[in-house]
Design a protein around this ligand. Structure first.
Ligand SMILES: *Cc1c(COP(=O)(O)O)cnc(C)c1O
Length: 374
């Protein structure tokens, strides 16, 4: 008899969806039957629900997370707060989308190294990067961990900088009782299927307490129009569709429960992985990490990944090439960011999701503990 070949998946979206199948079918059918597919009730409900969840006054549903960030900056330009050539500070080790949002608006990203202990922007290094052209700081709650610190808040006040949060990976994360996405002046959220709150395609949102900014973004995302056929800005088309909004309304109800399961997986990993060559994530405050990913650092990363793959465990690297080494940003290729480069060379993300079964997590831990470094 053939033995079943088992694979521990990095993220099993099909299995995640199973939990909500009935409710999602009902929600999608409701939209299909309604004959109304954009800018309708589902979107309105989701915006209201998500704003409440995050603790922001306004939420604008948009087409994806990159657009959410692009639109925030574009709105600041329309409002005269920023202009072409102004600088935005951003962590050097972020996912490329944070940086694309800046350069797409002809603003200049100023890359700042992260801390090696928690992979978040190093607040000790920010002030040295501020010039008279600096207009904002985009913090990225990378891997699901809060990047905000009181020091960052103080720097923003001192230099009159806008604080923009890239909350694509951190829905539900909290800093001293406040959700990330409600701390800065505005936040971009992604609901890409693999994110903690994931749609069935692309989706995103902006949250803010700034009414003028919210109105500008809503208009910019709708061709620059707040009134039909009247165009105030040269906008774009970036809207959250009714089917995605309906699905997100279902999944949002379970987000906190799912986040707790991610934390349980993380706790198990942290308590059970014991290997001299592996650095585990540090968690000082369990409210401030929603474990979008479970990143470890290890010097012979590629070998460990290969070993785990041979033993049926799927892992991913977040991310293999840092932004400043990408062809898309050739001018930066000669720059050196040693901490960023070290993270990119050593990071490995272990299987993480709300539905991964305890035996599989135990197996991953055991495999890692038995791993002999060659
Ligand atoms: C996913 C992600 C984005 C972009 O979101 P999309 O919805 O894929 O456009 C932006 N920033 C970070 C940190 C992300 O992880």
């Amino acid at each position: 008899m053939l033995e079943k070949i088992k694979m521990i998946k990095f993220l099993d979206l099909q299995k995640i969806t199973e939990k909500y199948t009935a409710e999602i079918h009902e929600a999608v059918s409701r939209v299909v039957d309604s004959g109304w597919y954009l800018q309708g009730q589902e979107n309105e409900h989701f915006e209201k629900n998500y704003a409440k969840y995050i603790g922001s006054e306004f939420c604008i549903g948009v087409a994806n997370g990159l657009d959410a960030l692009r639109l925030i900056l574009k709105a600041y330009i329309e409002l005269g707060v920023m202009k072409e050539g102004d600088e935005i500070i951003v962590p050097a080790n972020t996912f490329i989308a944070s940086i694309l949002a800046i350069t797409d608006n002809r603003l200049v990203p100023v890359l700042v190294e992260p801390r090696l202990d928690n992979y978040q922007i190093d607040d000790e290094l920010i002030e040295a990067s501020i010039t008279e052209r600096t207009r904002g700081i985009m913090i990225v709650h990378l891997y699901g961990q809060c990047a905000f610190t009181d020091k960052i808040g103080d720097i923003c006040s001192k230099y009159n900088l806008k604080l923009i949060e890239d909350n694509a990976q951190a829905h539900g994360c909290k800093y001293k009782g406040r959700k990330t996405g409600s701390i800065g002046d505005a936040a971009g959220h992604s609901f890409y299927p693999g994110k903690n709150l994931g749609a069935f395609g692309d989706a995103g949102a902006v949250t803010t307490n700034d009414k003028e900014l919210a109105e500008t973004i809503r208009s910019l995302a709708n061709y620059g129009s707040a009134r039909k056929y009247v165009f105030q800005y040269q906008g774009l088309n970036s809207r959250l569709d009714e089917i995605q909004a309906a699905i997100l309304n279902v999944k949002l109800k379970y987000l906190d429960e799912d986040t707790q399961k991610r934390k349980d997986v993380a706790t198990y990993y942290i308590e059970n992985i014991k290997h001299p060559d592996i650095i585990l994530p540090i968690v000082e405050d369990w409210d401030a990490h929603v474990f979008h990913l479970f990143p470890i650092l290890t010097p012979k990363r590629d070998k460990l990944q290969e070993y785990l793959k041979e033993n049926g465990v799927q892992t991913l690297i977040h991310y293999p090439i840092p932004p400043h080494k990408q062809q898309a940003y050739q001018d930066w290729n000669g720059l050196s960011f040693p901490i960023t480069e070290k993270i990119h060379a050593q990071e490995l993300s272990l299987p993480m999701s709300p539905i991964i079964n305890p035996f599989d997590i135990a197996e991953v831990c055991q495999l890692i503990n038995n791993y002999q470094v060659l």
